[in-house]
Design a protein around this ligand. Structure first.
Ligand code: NAG
Ligand code: NAG
Ligand code: NAG
Ligand code: NAG
Ligand code: NAG
Ligand code: NAG
Length: 483
């Protein structure tokens, strides 16, 4: 019975249902993804003397994104005319301001825009190719390409974390977010769910191998899982076998972990706890769910509209790359109604009802997880949207269909976001929009008159000063350092 029930969940997440419109033409792709494998970020769990390179991308992580880049370039080579030589009108790449996400974006771009496809300098006179430097710069042995091997440099845009609303709307860019997370800890839902996992928590706490504190909380267990995943991906067989002796299923490949038959395996349950904890902290209340994803969805609709409004003389990007985090993927997935802590608690209890139009992704957004939005137009040039999670099309807009017309998509999204992100967040820069009718006419007249007098006075001072300066020829010592 339980097995049958879980198979139903599995079938839903795998489902390809209603046929999409005939003759659909792909117009644009917006992808967002988590960085690849990284070194561990927590000290508080599973002590280990061999801790290096905190949070940095590993070689495995670079390779994951390189492979994803090659895969995506090939997949979209025909349908989107994805070029192998970088074209600044084709792609816009953006990353959060974190080493591992910037490096993941570079790695993926290296797969999309490979060696031997960069710009050529073959027939150009050497005098145009050398930088000014004394003594003469070295002679580079690359006869054909601008860069050795035809590498391709590609710009990746980054904002400071406090300004990164689109990809980190649940962090520094939202002033209230930290307090919201704090409020969720230790409330009745948190404690009930902790209770549901108590046998697992006790088992880990009682195993001296992990050196956990007494009565570990969901946070502590999540940090342990995070650390164990980082260690697993480092690929040291001896170490991994050592851990596998304490965690049943630790070495299980990913597709086996998603097999319902393995639902009660210890490592699968640890990952479920880890996923629920993420949502309970960041995307628990309606306010958190809706506020966090608002900038992302607004930007997404703007990308679509900019593309649809573009003309030959004023083109818009066919590809938007957004390099981000597990929490970003979780944020977007919950915003699309593909997951929530509520549905995951039901999955945990094995009471989740099978319904193809409301799925429940309960696996953690692991390294290089990705969500790809595709914008199409049908035979009547009506735009529609698809969303792929790890390459698999997901049900959209409250239906079992794996596509949704853009107008309906925008409508669905409008119910999943807030009208004013900065206001919800209580952001310091937030200024309530001015009501123009409340500015009396006399005030405008006064402002105009004062401004005219002020500009006049400035002009007079400037004219007098210039006369003096030119007399003294002080401009000989002009300082250009500020230009
Ligand atoms: C964790 O511990 C290591 C070694 O003791 C130290 O070098 C590192 O800075 C610590 N990292 C954090 C994030 O606390
Ligand atoms: C990121 O890279 C910079 C150098 O570019 C380094 O100083 C820093 O320690 C790295 N890690 C973090 C978390 O910023
Ligand atoms: C085009 O631009 C206008 C405003 O400039 C906007 O209202 C509209 O949604 C955009 N998209 C489409 C598909 O027309
Ligand atoms: C899950 O089961 C627990 C009892 O183990 C119960 O307290 C809780 O209400 C159930 N939650 C859901 C969402 O089914
Ligand atoms: C997507 O891939 C990641 C990384 O392998 C994995 O952790 C996650 O469970 C996958 N999610 C889905 C819904 O396929
Ligand atoms: C998610 O579900 C809610 C409630 O059914 C609905 O109002 C909203 O439009 C849905 N959001 C999306 C993006 O489908």
């Amino acid at each position: 019975m339980i097995k049958k029930f879980l198979l139903a969940i599995f079938a839903i997440t795998q489902a390809i249902l209603a046929a999409e419109p005939q003759g659909g033409k792909l117009l644009q792709v917006v992808e967002t993804f988590r960085h690849g494998a990284r070194y561990r970020i927590y000290n508080s769990s599973y002590p280990d003397n061999d801790q290096i390179n905190y949070g940095e991308l590993t070689a495995e992580g670079q390779r994951m994104h390189y492979v994803l880049g090659v895969t995506l370039q090939q997949k979209y080579a025909d349908s989107l005319k994805f070029p192998q030589t970088y074209d600044h009108t084709f792609i816009y790449a953006k990353s959060t301001n974190v080493n591992r996400t910037i490096m993941s974006a570079y790695s993926q771009l290296a797969g999309m825009f490979p060696l031997n496809k960069g710009l050529s300098v073959e027939n150009i006179n050497n005098q145009f190719l050398i930088p000014p430097f004394d003594p003469a710069p070295v002679n580079v042995d690359e006869p054909k390409y601008a860069l050795a091997g035809g590498q391709q440099p590609i710009p990746i845009h980054v904002k400071e974390q406090k300004d990164e609303k689109q990809l980190l709307g649940y962090m520094d860019a939202c002033k209230n977010a930290a307090q919201w997370s704090k409020d969720n800890k230790d409330d009745s839902d948190w404690n009930r769910i902790k209770g549901e996992f108590q046998p697992l928590i006790d088992k880990l706490a009682n195993d001296k191998y992990f050196q956990l504190p007494a009565n570990p909380d969901l946070d502590i267990i999540s940090q342990l899982v995070d650390t164990l995943i980082a260690i697993k991906w480092a690929g040291d067989a001896t170490k991994n076998n050592e851990i596998a002796a304490h965690v049943e299923g630790f070495l299980m490949p990913l597709d086996e972990m998603m097999n319902p038959a393995n639902f009660n395996v210890m490592w699968v349950q640890m990952n479920l706890l880890y996923t629920i904890q993420l949502h309970l902290a960041l995307f628990k209340t309606k306010q958190q769910k809706q506020t966090s994803v608002t900038p992302f969805f607004n930007e997404l609709l703007a990308y679509f509209n900019n593309y649809l409004n573009a003309t030959d003389s004023n083109p818009y990007f066919k590809w938007i790359m957004l390099s981000a985090h597990d929490t970003t993927i979780a944020m977007v997935a919950q915003g699309l109604n593909l997951t929530s802590w509520e549905c995951m608690e039901q999955v945990k209890n094995q009471t989740f009802p099978s319904n193809p139009s409301s799925p429940c992704i309960y696996t953690y957004p692991g390294f290089a997880s990705n969500i790809i939005f595709e914008l199409y137009e049908d035979a009547n040039k009506k735009p529609y949207v698809k969303a792929l999670y790890n390459g698999t099309a997901q049900p959209l807009c409250g239906t079992a269909d794996t596509f949704c017309y853009l107008d309906q998509f925008a409508q669905s999204i409008s119910y999943s976001i807030v009208s004013d992100f900065d206001k919800e967040c209580d952001n310091p820069i937030y200024v309530s929009s001015p009501d123009s009718s409340s500015t009396p006419t006399w005030a405008i007249v006064v402002i105009v008159v004062v401004s005219v007098l002020f500009v006049g006075a400035l002009g007079y001072i400037f004219f007098q000063r210039k006369k003096i300066l030119s007399l003294q020829s002080l401009d000989k010592n002009s300082n250009y350092s500020q230009i």
